[in-house]
Design a protein around this ligand. Structure first.
Ligand code: GLN
Length: 541
């Protein structure tokens, strides 16, 4: 098994995760079986407790693991399903070592930070590789070189490299700032320092992915090669791009896979990157726009929320828009605006389709319900994701069943019509699981009703989708809702849990909500069927 570690230099947020995922995609294209691991240096055991406004989206895997959004990048680029074995944090590593010590697994020996922590890291990396039967394991070490927090992980890299120098390489994703009038003077000095910093940890990079606004010119490459003792051809240009899905082919322009093959003494099993080339051709030929509004609460930090807290939703919209050969134009709409100014609801007619994504809590909820009502009664394609589905049921109960105070008990625990509620037997079932919580997490199967929009979109009756929520549709209201034309077109196999709520096509062009998060399973090379269906309906509008 071969290992490629990816670390970041100079500063964070330069796209280390996407770079690691792109390297993986290229190697897949060369015929190798690839898996990916993310190491996060924080002490939290998983990402479930972290605030998405600060940390970005909490991504959920099939097995229910709540993790960093970079795992989403890996799944999207590699088109594979990962598991908790592919993710670790400082907290989870320490927790395991401490548990082992308490179990007397260290047989009375003193347990040390060095080497016991790095050895545990190495064990996990190897375990994930074996589990995936991978030829190549890509491991992203979070944080930036020079951080105190990731030193123990770098020590793991050092140990692995020392033991098997031909099987382990290290890539540094570094930032090259541009100075001068017009910003055309690329400065390599910060990267030189980052490499020196790596050297003090006993490591030297085999590759430098040079992130900059523009491609790195030959002079700068030479300088880095010379100043940092890098092999010729080991500096890979990573200029800004319009979409991240251009990155794998961009890296190949600088022959990254050739360099990796050489260093790891591998030979490509396949030559082309057919699927990525096809996707990139599509990207160049997009015609016209599809304008999607995402209605949610405003988080007060500009567009950050759009790009990070809902990254999977945004990517899923893009994937489906590309299939339809359209430029996705996505706008964030503050739902509280509709509470203060209901007259602004008519602005929703500007959009081809409307999405209400997952969410928690009270703020902006009434505005979201108003927006759903507007979309339903004005026949604007509507797609509700988790909270967006629950609130669609609330809206339907209020407006169509005339249950004026219908609500989810998440917001109103004393409502006389708790159409969305915590189901006692569901709570019990979840408490029995290891998570120790009441959140339904990870992949669950669902059955689709024949003739429904959902069944038509998927083209099959049995599906599996990922969940992250506590509340469910209250079974006491199902009959009443269905009598008035609402359709629960997807349910758990035992029919107890409602998974999809929709209105028939003859009533509305596309009105559908899912209790699960379809966005977590959408990939550029395999866009999600419900998103495709929603975008197609939006284009008809
Ligand atoms: N807040 C809702 C629940 O807990 C929805 C969660 C979500 O949208 N992810 O059930």
């Amino acid at each position: 098994m071969k290992y490629i570690f990816v670390t970041g230099g100079v500063m964070s947020s330069v796209g280390k995760g996407v770079a690691a995922a792109s390297i993986g995609a290229i190697l897949q294209g060369k015929g190798f079986k690839v898996t990916a691991i993310k190491i996060d240096p924080y002490v939290n055991v998983d990402a479930g407790t972290m605030n998405p406004t600060e940390h970005g989206e909490v991504f959920v895997l099939d097995d229910g693991m709540e993790c960093d959004q970079d795992m989403g990048n890996y799944e999207r680029f590699l088109n594979i399903d990962l598991s908790g074995a592919n993710y670790m944090t400082t907290g989870s590593v320490y927790l395991n070592v401490i548990k082992k010590e308490r179990n007397l697994e260290f047989k009375g020996n003193c347990v040390h930070v060095i080497p016991d922590i790095p050895l545990e890291v190495i064990r996990r990396i190897k375990r994930a590789g074996i589990k995936a039967k991978a030829d190549i394991v890509i491991i992203e070490v979070g944080g930036t070189i020079g951080d105190y927090q990731n030193l123990l992980f770098l020590e793991a890299v050092r140990l692995m490299k020392q033991k098997n120098p031909k099987d382990v390489i290290l890539a540094l994703v570094s930032y090259i700032p541009a100075l001068g009038v017009g910003g055309n003077e690329l400065k390599t000095k910060p990267t030189q320092h980052a490499i020196r910093n790596l050297n003090t940890a006993g490591l030297h990079p085999d590759l430098v992915v040079a992130r900059a606004a523009v491609p790195i010119d030959g002079k700068r490459k030479e300088k880095l090669e010379y100043m940092c003792g890098m092999e010729k051809g080991s500096i890979i240009s990573a200029p800004d791009v319009n979409t991240i899905y251009e990155i794998p082919l961009n890296f190949e322009k600088d022959h990254i896979s050739e360099m990796i093959m050489k260093k790891l003494e591998l030979r490509p099993k396949k030559r082309d990157l057919k699927e990525w080339k096809r996707l990139n051709r599509t990207l160049k030929r997009l015609k016209g726009d599809v304008k999607i509004g995402i209605v949610g609460k405003y988080f007060g930090t500009g567009n950050f929320i759009l790009t990070d807290a809902y990254i999977s939703v945004l990517e899923a919209i893009k994937h489906a828009a590309y299939v339809c050969h359209r430029h996705p134009v996505i706008e964030w709409i503050d739902s509280e605006e509709f509470e203060r100014h209901p007259e602004h609801l008519k602005n929703l007619s500007e959009y081809d389709g409307i999405i209400i994504p997952g969410g928690f809590g009270k703020r902006g909820v009434e505005g979201k319900i108003k927006a759903i009502q507007y979309a339903r009664t004005h026949r604007i394609p509507y797609f509700g994701l988790c909270y967006g589905m629950q609130l669609a049921v609330v809206e339907f109960a209020r407006d169509v069943l005339h249950l004026k105070d219908a609500h989810t008990t998440e917001i109103n625990s004393t409502t006389s019509h708790p159409v969305i509620d915590i189901l006692p037997e569901q709570k019990e079932r979840l408490m029995k699981k290891d998570y120790g919580g009441t959140m339904r997490l990870g992949a669950y199967p669902a059955l689709l009703a024949s003739g429904s929009i959902a069944a038509h979109a998927y083209g099959k009756r049995k599906i599996s989708e990922r969940h992250r929520h506590r509340y469910e549709v209250n079974p006491d209201y199902i009959e009443r809702i269905e009598k008035k034309g609402g359709v629960f077109s997807g349910t758990s196999p035992d029919k107890h849990l409602m998974e999809i709520f929709e209105l028939p096509r003859k009533i509305h062009p596309f009105f559908l909500g899912t209790q699960f998060h379809p966005e977590l399973k959408s990939r550029p090379l395999r866009p999600h069927p419900l998103f495709i269906s929603f975008i197609k309906a939006s284009l008809k509008k």
